[in-house]
Design a protein around this ligand. Structure first.
Ligand SMILES: Cc1ncc(COP(=O)(O)O)c(C=O)c1O
Length: 409
């Protein structure tokens, strides 16, 4: 047998050009933290919204359900759409919350993320447009880049509690617009939209025949209690809702979530398309699907404790950073992020500020432009899951750093 010699001097293997447009700043920024660590700096990772990493515990009955499923032999492939008990539990949950839907319109997915990927792939093709909020959770723009579709940003306004600017949104609709992404409660801003805003979003989608992609992964983490489903305002609207056990059930690593395709015949073809695409990825992780059933049918008392902890922590951060000269921060009303703004000197970007912050202090946040904000506006996102004491100390360090940074410019 003749062996071809391996050659390390041959040109590097070509990467598909679309990868250059695929960006997920929340994890991409970690290389800057690793560089700081290599210089001996202790890094505080406030870039990823993972409550487990900060000591919050996954409820025991979810762990038991997953463990039992494994011991009972549920280690093979599952149906593509997910196990029946989990889909029935999601259907019952949505029914209680005012958006009745049958289990055959529900898929159990590898987290909210896979639902987003399936829905965007079913709805948008190359050259199509999808309306996404600015700032946005960056998976939407990343998936659209890989499809070759265009994200079109609609403004949300920090001076109005980060609510969507409905006039701006309306002005952006074109013949190519395929869907409207609504993230409520919102990451990265922590906003919760009032009913009038939600009805305005529904009306715009209705008048232009757009599907709404309702990201409701923080729906149970409103500081005043669970936030109603968008679909409860109009159960016949073309809404695809996503959520998971990552955030409100403290199991992000299990990759277990669901997507609900609203009960309107207008979405029947989309449902068929989503199921066809889901067949290709076989199924989401099997034993963890049993945790979805356990989560939605079992005890939720951990959520009240979690909500209180989040309200306290985000409040500390928003207050402390608002008091820093040259900074402002809207108080979040849900979830575990805050989106402060620093008034940057002319010519500077949010990313430069964030990179200098991690180099000098070891505090890792994510620049606002990673969420689609203009880089010169100086927004950044901070994860508020550390203990209240740590967060107070971290905010004091950010304040001291910002003072020096702005003075030196
Ligand atoms: C708004 C939003 N959507 C989706 C996700 C992805 O969540 P999951 O772990 O359910 O895939 C996140 C995670 O941070 C998020 O903030």
């Amino acid at each position: 047998m003749v062996r071809m010699p391996t050659s390390n001097s041959a040109p590097a293997i070509r990467v598909a050009p679309k990868v250059a447009r695929f960006s997920y700043a929340i994890r991409n920024i970690v290389s800057a933290a690793k560089a700081a660590e290599a210089q001996g700096t202790r890094v505080r990772y406030l870039n990823i919204g993972d409550p487990v990493a900060f000591g919050f515990k996954t409820p025991a009955h979810l762990i038991d359900a997953t463990h039992k499923a494994m011991r009972d032999g549920y280690n093979g492939y599952m149906p593509s759409a997910g196990i029946v008990t989990a889909r029935e539990a999601v259907a019952a949950e949505y029914g209680h919350r005012g958006m009745p839907v049958s289990p055959d319109r529900i898929l159990i997915t590898s987290g909210t993320s896979e639902g987003i990927d399936l829905a965007l792939n079913a709805l948008a093709g190359e050259g199509d447009e999808v309306l996404v909020p600015s700032p946005t959770y960056p998976l939407y723009t990343a998936v659209l880049a890989s499809i070759g579709a265009t994200p079109v940003y609609y403004r949300t306004d920090p001076h109005r509690g980060w609510l969507p600017d409905l006039d701006h949104l309306r002005s952006l609709v074109t013949a190519r617009t395929r869907a409207l992404v609504v993230i409520d409660p919102n990451n990265p801003t922590g906003a919760v939209y009032p009913e009038a805003t939600r009805r305005g979003l529904l009306a715009i989608a209705e008048s232009h025949g757009l599907t709404i992609l309702a990201d409701e992964v923080y729906g149970d983490l409103g500081f005043d209690g669970p936030v109603p489903l968008l679909g409860s305002l109009d159960p016949g609207a073309p809404i695809i809702s996503f959520s998971s056990i990552s955030k409100a059930y403290l199991a992000p690593g299990w990759r277990a979530g669901w997507m609900v395709v609203g009960a309107t015949p207008r979405l029947d073809d989309v449902l068929t398309a989503v199921k066809k695409l889901a067949d290709g990825r076989l199924c989401s992780p099997g034993p963890m699907q049993f945790a979805v059933t356990a989560a939605l049918t079992g005890d939720r008392s951990h959520q009240e404790v979690f909500r209180q902890a989040l309200a306290e922590r985000t409040g500390i951060v928003a207050r402390a950073l608002s008091e820093v000269p040259g900074m402002e921060c809207v108080a979040p009303r849900a979830a575990f992020y805050a989106m402060p703004r620093v008034t940057l000197p002319p010519g500077r970007t949010d990313e430069e500020f964030i990179l200098e912050l991690v180099r000098r202090t070891g505090i890792l946040c994510v620049h606002g432009s990673g969420f689609g904000m203009p880089p010169e506006e100086g927004f950044f996102r901070i994860v508020c899951l550390a203990s209240p004491q740590e967060l107070s100390a971290i905010c004091a360090e950010i304040g001291a750093f910002a003072g020096e940074y702005l003075a030196s410019a």
